[in-house]
Write a protein that binds this ligand. Structure first.
Ligand code: NAD
Ligand code: WQD
Length: 341
């Protein structure tokens, strides 16, 4: 019998790509999502790409009684918990919304896993936990900095909750994956990132500008202490990121984890500037992007990229897709969504 994995938040951007890669790797998948930041197109895309009628449950993970029914109905040993709100700015303006959703949903998952004896969990953490790091690239040992947003704080708190919970309770183990900047879309262009309202992240803003939905991209700052003056980030392809979840889950199922709780950086290991990324996007997609240099965005870290040796060595995982291919996929997805030829 195939192993089943519960993907909470699986209708969203990273969850839908992960569902595809889990199925490609031979797992059964059940998706649980309340569609608070997604719609059924993600699940339908997964079904189309894989030709599998993936089961979907519309449930709020914060509603424990409703969520319990998913545990009663489906016999999974492993959970990948994507379900969370993720808009940094909104979390500063409305912190309780973020603490309630991100913490309660996560504690419910852990409680129900204990109650039903389900052993393995992967948690979606973020490079945001490092803040402005003193040394680059960052390793998993690099000290976390105090969070500057409620969103970032929920990631730190959930990491700590997971560590304490798996260390205290027999039969539970967990992995936090610290994603750097996920970008791009599935090569089929059937699933991708679908931001609601004005995109806050760079690549969706670029693709919407190229599509004519936004007039002009603002590059936030060109006077930083970096080679071209714009900020440096580690942009990780979403399909590569999805595959990291598959190897993390498999590691726990096969009992190859070295500790009950482990943390891995998931990035490419390369720092890319905003201007480099804009230029690459223009080049590979053979178009001109309307952009201007704008003031720095408050709260931005200047530069961060990952040391990925631990994931390379322990998980046997490495980012594979080139930045050019990822930027092509991002544009193909945007064109597909907008009906642009
Ligand atoms: P997303 O918004 O596309 O996906 C999250 C999904 O969770 C959505 O489909 C949403 O409807 C669902 N959801 C939210 N709260 C829920 C709840 N209470 N019950 C059920 N479903 C709920 O976001 P994403 O980019 O796919 O991010 C997935 C995870 O990865 C999040 O935890 C996010 O914080 C984390 N992460 C994202 C990034 C990024 O830049 N995209 C970077 C680092 C970490
Ligand atoms: C990337 C670079 C901007 C938009 C955020 C979260 C982080 C994580 C990933 C979840 C920066 C610049 C952006 C624009 C620009 N999410 N930029 N013009 O800020 O690195 O990380 O998403 O965990 O927690 O903070 O990503 O895509 O917003 O920005 O110049 O219109 O692009 O200044 O240098 P960021 P981003």
């Amino acid at each position: 019998m195939k192993e089943m994995v519960l993907v909470s938040g699986g209708a969203g951007y990273i969850g839908s790509h992960t569902a595809v890669e889990l199925i490609n790797a031979g797992y059964d998948v059940v998706v649980a999502d309340n569609l608070s930041n997604s719609d059924m197109s993600g699940v339908e895309g997964v079904r189309k790409i894989t030709s599998v009628d993936v089961p979907f449950v519309n449930v709020d993970c914060c509603d424990k009684e409703a969520f319990r029914k998913v545990f009663e109905q489906y016999n999974f040993n492993s959970v990948i918990h994507f379900a969370a709100f993720k808009a940094v700015g909104e979390s500063v303006a409305d912190p309780m919304k973020y603490y309630r959703n991100n913490l309660v949903s996560f504690m419910n998952v852990l409680d129900l896993m204990r109650e039903f004896g389900r052993p393995n969990i992967v948690f979606s953490s973020s490079a945001t936990v490092y803040g402005e790091a003193d040394q680059l690239p960052v390793t998993e040992q690099t000290p976390r900095k105090p969070a500057t947003s409620a969103y970032g704080n929920t990631k730190q708190m959930c990491e700590d909750i997971l560590r304490d919970t798996v260390n205290a309770y027999e039969g539970l183990k967990g992995i936090s994956l610290r994603y750097f900047n996920p970008i791009g879309a599935h090569p089929s262009a059937l699933i991708g990132e679908l931001p609601r309202g004005v995109p806050q992240n760079l690549v969706p803003f670029i693709t919407q500008t190229a599509a004519g939905i936004r007039e002009c991209l603002s590059v936030f700052g060109d006077d930083y202490d970096t080679p071209d003056g714009s900020c440096l980030r580690d942009y990780i392809d979403v399909v590569d990121l999805a595959k990291a979840h598959v190897v993390a889950i498999t590691r726990m199922i096969e009992d190859k984890n070295k500790a009950k709780y482990e943390i891995f950086n998931i990035g490419t290991g390369n720092g890319v500037s905003v201007l480099e990324l804009v230029n690459s996007f223009e080049k590979v997609n053979e178009l001109k992007l309307n952009y201007k240099i704008a003031p720095r965005r408050p709260g931005d870290v200047v530069a961060i990229w990952a040391d990925t040796s631990l994931a390379n060595e322990e998980l046997g995982w490495k980012a594979e897709r080139s930045l050019d291919d990822t930027l092509r996929s991002a544009w193909s997805w945007e064109k597909n969504v907008r009906g642009i030829k």
